[in-house]
Design a protein around this ligand. Structure first.
Ligand code: KIV
Ligand code: ZN
Length: 381
């Protein structure tokens, strides 16, 4: 049987931290409901102490959403944890996500603490969070640039204090997949009580590696992925939910894991989040981009029309797209044109078709795409 990977969605927390994004309470609830329908396991709904709006978001989603864990982020401070505990009170399954930095960079410049002080602060935060719930996730900010031996010590201590999920964030998007995988493997191998916790990948996309690193982390033994819809998030963003869960499905041979995500809702979910956040999805974005199932060159169109799998590894309907699309451009061939005309109900004898094809190429040279209206004009001229 395939191993279960838990999907932790942080669209409403890390995703909402994207510059230029501001969601209203009803919009957050709409996204929250859609995430439950999609099948995520944990929703990080906000950072309760950061603003009254974030408190309300965590509190409202905790009240309204059932059958899902609701998580609130905190710094490793008692006051933060108390406010998160209060916001999460109505939740069926509350989770507190607390922690602090582990890299020397963060310790020296941001936290101004020694390693020992930071370790003690983290352990105390976990003990304090236990007043509210046993479901405690501990994040080690900037793990990707930290000394692994120190990371091992922190992991052992916070698990002993009661953390049940350990988040290993590559906060700055610094690592490459082999390195991130070894980081996760190293923790699992070297920490004596590592069997008492689930390890989580939280990767940022500064070098375009977020999805690759998350998948590498899963190969290394992590069993939770922290993701956002469309990969939105701080700076270059987070790992895209749709990319990770589709990779698990398409490459089951490699990963051997499963999630509870309903893949057929991915495109609908992506469009909803793009619409509400105003963060538009690039056309060539994997899985959910407008071009993800569109074929424009003659060679590719010919292949796909003969057999879809020649150029498509994902069946469009699997992720909620209507069908593969044959887009007519100056690079399209006869096969593509004939197919689009047939879709419109036209069929022509060979000689007439050749005439139309010549005219089509003339039009195509003047436009980025030949649309249905252009074809109608062509055939009626
Ligand atoms: O990127 C990061 O390290 C985070 C933590 C707060 C989990 O978002
Ligand atoms: Zn983050």
């Amino acid at each position: 049987m395939a191993d279960r990977v838990f999907v932790f969605d942080t669209t409403l927390r890390d995703g909402e931290q994207s510059p230029g994004v501001r969601l209203s309470m009803p919009q957050k609830l709409e996204i929250g409901r859609a995430l439950v329908k999609l099948g995520v396991d944990i929703i990080e709904a906000g950072f309760p102490i950061s603003s009254p709006g974030d408190f309300e978001a965590v509190n409202t989603l905790a009240k309204e959403l059932k059958g899902v864990q609701i998580c609130g982020l905190t710094r490793a401070r008692e006051k933060d944890i108390d406010v998160a505990g209060e916001a999460l009170k109505p939740a069926e399954h509350p989770r507190i996500h607390t922690g602090l930095g582990v890299s020397d960079n963060h310790l020296q410049y941001k936290l101004k603490m020694t390693r020992e002080q930071a370790l003690e602060t983290g352990v105390n935060a976990v003990r304090h969070a236990k007043k509210y719930t046993d479901n405690i996730e501990y994040f080690m900010e900037d793990s990707g640039r930290a000394d692994p031996d120190y990371v091992y010590r922190v992991v052992e201590a916070v698990i002993a204090a009661g953390a049940t999920t350990i988040n290993v964030p590559d906060t700055t998007g610094y690592t490459y997949p082999g390195e991130y995988r070894r980081l996760i493997e190293g923790i699992i191998e070297n920490v004596p009580n590592s069997d008492k916790a689930v390890f989580s990948c939280h990767c940022h996309n500064d070098l375009g590696m977020a999805t690759a690193n998350t998948l590498a982390g899963v190969l290394g033994g992590a069993r939770q992925v922290e993701v956002t819809i469309n990969g939105i998030g701080e700076r270059a963003g987070n790992t895209a939910l749709e990319e990770v869960v589709t990779a698990f499905q398409i490459r089951r041979d490699l990963f051997g894991v499963e999630t509870h995500i309903d893949l057929s809702l991915l495109i609908e979910m992506s469009r909803m989040v793009a619409g509400l956040t105003g963060m538009m999805v690039q056309r060539n974005k994997a899985v959910v981009g407008a071009n993800a199932f569109a074929h424009s060159s003659g060679i590719h169109q010919d292949g796909v029309l003969k057999e879809r799998s020649t150029y498509e590894i994902i069946a469009p309907e699997m992720v909620g797209a209507l069908k593969s699309e044959i887009v007519l451009t100056a690079r399209s061939g006869r096969h593509g044109l004939r197919h689009r005309l047939a879709e419109m109900g036209f069929s022509f004898p060979e000689e007439r078709f050749e005439e139309l094809y010549d005219k089509f190429l003339q039009v195509a040279d003047t436009k980025t795409e030949v649309l249905e209206d252009d074809l109608r004009e062509l055939v009626t001229a």
